[in-house]
Design a protein around this ligand. Structure first.
Ligand SMILES: C[S@@+](CC[C@H](N)C(=O)[O-])C[C@H]1O[C@@H](n2cnc3c(N)ncnc32)[C@H](O)[C@@H]1O
Length: 284
């Protein structure tokens, strides 16, 4: 005997209500065309909760005593796709062209280059950046000292970032020597997996930050912010607000890097474009 566990199709009103909740808690904007995405990502959650309909799920989300169901829903809805050295030109340009002038523009960055990977997902972006900074410092007599704040909305993605264990085939290292330098290779049941070494991991602070929360938990400005492939999930208004906030989180002369799928074209902003999704806050 087979039991049909597929809930009835979601109706327009419930879809809209769930989208409003998602927007209110993350600013992720799902237009009318994303119904399929929502039902495919949340369908198994209904089943897990033993709910027969989308209306029941909508009610559960609106219930004050929903516990952390909203957070669980956001974990399921957020697209956490990422990879090591994604959009490699950013890392290459940083190492070859941008870090030297950044250290000249921001003299305090030589002692303490502060970076933020602002939608880090499962950590690959932050660990890629860490390797690039470490290599740069090795070549420049230990300068700069650096640290990275890495944050995301998704608890599930952050858990993977904290574990820092990745498939060997997913590392895409620009230099094969980096494997032994930055990773411990798994053996036995962990064969084929690699763990980021503590020397790198300890320089990265991972925490949950919603890019739209009222106050960010950082007391100092950053010299470099990676905020890549996340603007596309927000509506234009929210993108504008976020870019303004990121501008204010950068030290004068600091750099913002956005993803190839993101764009500032329709936004008013005060950045100087350095091309290829890299922007600079003016020095004054
Ligand atoms: C496609 S991933 C991008 C990962 C990485 N930056 C990259 O380019 O490979 C987008 C990430 O943005 C996160 N995100 C979505 N809305 C967010 C918000 N309001 N605050 C913080 N992170 C958010 C998602 O959880 C997801 O991990």
């Amino acid at each position: 005997m087979t039991i049909d566990i597929t809930p009835a199709p979601i109706n327009a009103k419930t879809y809209q209500q769930i989208c409003q909740l998602i927007f209110a808690h993350s600013r992720i904007h799902l237009g009318p065309a994303r119904q399929g995405l929502l039902t495919s990502r949340l369908g198994s959650r209904l089943h897990h909760l033993g709910l027969a309909s989308w209306d029941d799920y909508g009610k559960l989300l609106r219930d004050r005593d929903h516990g952390d169901e909203i957070e669980t829903m956001l974990d399921l809805i957020a697209t956490n796709h990422t990879q090591f050295f994604r959009e490699p030109s950013h890392f290459q340009r940083l190492a070859e062209e941008l870090l030297d002038p950044l250290l000249l523009d921001c003299p305090d960055a030589r002692r303490d280059l502060r970076c933020w990977s602002a939608a880090t997902a499962s950590g690959e972006e932050a660990y890629s950046l860490a390797m690039v900074l470490s290599e740069f410092a090795i070549r420049h007599g230990g300068i700069p000292e650096w640290s990275i704040e890495a944050s995301d909305l998704s608890r599930k993605a952050l858990q993977r970032a904290r574990a820092a264990i990745y498939n060997r085939d997913a590392l895409h290292l620009p230099d094969p020597d980096w494997l032994a330098r930055y990773f411990q290779r798994g053996t036995g049941p962990y064969e084929g997996q690699c763990k980021v070494k503590a020397a790198i991991k300890d320089k990265i602070r991972l925490r949950r930050v919603n890019l739209f929360q009222e106050n960010y938990p950082f007391s100092r400005l950053f010299h470099l912010i990676f905020c890549r492939n996340v603007l596309i999930y927000f509506d234009l208004d929210s993108q504008g607000q976020l870019i303004e906030r990121l501008h204010s989180m950068l030290a004068p002369g600091g750099l913002l890097v956005i993803g190839h799928s993101d764009s500032l074209v329709h936004l008013r902003h005060d950045f100087i474009s350095l091309a290829g999704g890299i922007y600079r806050r003016s020095s004054s």
